[in-house]
Design a protein around this ligand. Structure first.
Ligand SMILES: Cc1cc2nc3c(=O)[nH]c(=O)nc-3n(C[C@H](O)[C@H](O)[C@H](O)COP(=O)(O)OP(=O)(O)OC[C@H]3O[C@@H](n4cnc5c(N)ncnc54)[C@H](O)[C@@H]3O)c2cc1C
Length: 487
């Protein structure tokens, strides 16, 4: 029996807020692309109302962090015909763009080779529309709350939302992805609360207050940092933007044209990170000899990525993480042609500077923030005086468990553990969470980028869609078995 008083006290639930405990068979925590896709497939497979509940505080399911944006300057980094978001309907998104007139009304989306790079917000709208009909028919229940706590309840689970909902589920899937970036120590102390400092999670709308000529320091040089440049320029900002990252490596550009993936790396699979690197170099040389760009080789690596990653032993995976990860990522996660054109223009005309180095000191004055940087490889201290500083680095992988009270309580109960590379949560081949002792929890699953430590390549929408398709099949089979047993 549920002890309501204990629940009220522990989670600060006020009188009158608690709803009667509901039930569902599968509760999904997080309704971004991963959670929504899984809920959609499961609802379609089971066809039962009330079977799937998704906890997601955002008003719409399917958008999540990446696609919940109204900024037209932010585009997908793959062409729309390659998004393959809905298993079994690879052209669904592209056809939706045609049907809704977006392909026509957004000429800036068209690259020189004719491929269309849609606005990220449009992809979010497409996913959200897919989910709306399921929510309206009751096949998916959208609980607009953050899960605060997840605890054992007999053989199932009890989920506590931050607005008072308490739901019992037979199975739970974690799909809340990685936490926001961490503000580096040197900045955190000096700029806490500064009106012109945009830390992790701060809305970029605050940049509307920037004067057109303000200098801006962006921490990070990945796709999010490039988003920041596109977003600023689309707001009419003209001042210099300085990108700062440890390596100074920028994402590479997509190749134009419809090109085949090139290279087979799985026969046999390289057993070491070095052997993999050698094979990739050879494949690039061969591809070039056949008139294909290196991007074709990385497209092939992407397709075989999960098999390749899992063929490496843990020490070899660690070697990859130490020596090759950043270089791999800049080639794998490429910028769309529109951003590439903008960046080359800006760099040619002095609008954007890209620095490698580390912050050693930060000072505030009335009109500026002074940031001293030890540059690489020179090791000299260079001062950048800017009006704004913004964080656009990658997620705080190491802070994952502490970032969510429900994950912390699962870890305290020894029901989850971080993966060995610190990229997410440890899971088995079936996406079941692994306890601290390494044994799986039978009815607790993890989906999406949080499982990269196990599977490797699992960031892009097509790979996530493929993973949740398998997981939905597995869960649907479990539900069918449970139903037969109940009868
Ligand atoms: C900026 C960006 C651009 C990208 N562009 C592309 C692209 O062009 N092409 C491509 O293939 N891939 C792209 N990706 C990669 C990929 O599609 C996304 O990472 C993917 O959307 C991940 O979805 P997700 O649902 O796992 O995570 P998220 O989208 O982050 O969703 C997680 C959801 O969980 C919710 N949540 C968090 N905590 C709780 C809680 N306690 N209770 C309930 N809900 C909670 C959040 O509100 C959020 O909506 C991009 C990723 C990013 C970040």
């Amino acid at each position: 029996m549920l002890d309501y008083d204990a629940v009220r006290t522990r989670f600060g639930i006020r009188e009158g807020m608690m709803t009667a405990p509901g039930r569902c068979q599968v509760a999904v925590i997080g309704g971004g692309f991963t959670g929504a896709s899984l809920a959609r497939l499961l609802a379609l497979k089971s066809g039962m109302t009330g079977c799937v509940a998704v906890f997601e505080p955002r008003p719409e399911l399917g958008r999540g962090l990446a696609y919940d944006c109204a900024d037209d300057a932010l585009r997908l980094n793959v062409a729309s015909h390659r998004m393959r978001a809905l298993p079994g309907a690879p052209d669904a998104f592209h056809n939706w763009l045609i049907r809704t007139g977006r392909l026509e009304s957004d000429p800036a989306g068209r690259a020189a080779d004719g491929a269309f790079y849609a606005r990220r917000g449009d992809f979010g709208r497409f996913m959200s529309e897919e989910m709306q009909s399921l929510v309206q028919t009751g096949l998916v229940r959208h609980v607009r709350e953050r899960v605060q706590n997840l605890a054992r309840d007999g053989r199932g689970w009890l989920l506590h939302g931050d607005q008072g909902s308490v739901i019992h589920a037979d199975e739970v899937v974690i799909a809340t992805t990685h936490p926001d970036p961490r503000t580096p120590q040197a900045l955190a102390g000096a700029l806490e609360g500064h009106p012109r400092f945009l830390g992790a999670g701060d809305s970029w709308h605050r940049l509307d207050a920037a004067s057109p000529q303000d200098r801006i320091l962006v921490l990070g040089a990945g796709l999010t940092a490039l988003d920041a440049i596109a977003s600023l320029r689309s707001r009419g900002h003209k001042g210099e933007i300085v990108l700062l990252s440890r390596s100074g490596r920028l994402p590479q550009t997509q190749a134009l044209g419809t090109l085949p993936a090139y290279g087979t790396f799985t026969d046999p699979r390289p057993a070491t990170a070095l052997a993999l690197l050698r094979e990739v170099r050879e494949a690039i040389a061969d591809a070039t000899g056949e008139g294909l760009p290196w991007q074709s080789v990385f497209d092939s690596l992407r397709q075989q990525g999960q098999a390749l990653w899992q063929a490496l032993s843990e020490p070899e995976q660690q070697r990859f993480m130490r020596h090759l990860k950043r270089r791999f990522e800049t080639h794998r996660y490429r910028m769309p042609p529109q951003i590439s054109a903008l960046l080359s223009h800006e760099m040619r005309h002095g609008g954007v500077r890209n620095l490698a180095g580390q912050i050693c000191r930060v000072e505030r004055s009335t009109n500026a923030i002074h940031v001293d940087i030890i540059t690489r490889p020179q090791g000299m201290v260079e001062r950048q005086s800017v009006q704004w500083v913004m964080i656009a680095t990658g997620p705080d992988y190491g802070g994952l468990i502490g970032s969510q009270p429900y994950l912390q309580s699962l870890a305290d109960a020894r029901l989850i553990r971080p993966d060995i590379h610190g990229m997410g949560l440890d899971v088995d081949q079936h996406c079941r969470a692994l306890r601290r002792n390494g044994l799986p929890v039978d009815n607790l699953f993890v989906a999406g980028p949080l499982t990269r430590g196990r599977f490797g390549e699992l960031t892009g929408a097509p790979e996530i869609a493929a993973q949740v398709e398998t997981l939905a099949g597995h869960l649907a089979a479990r539900l069918a078995t449970a139903a037969r047993i109940d009868v």
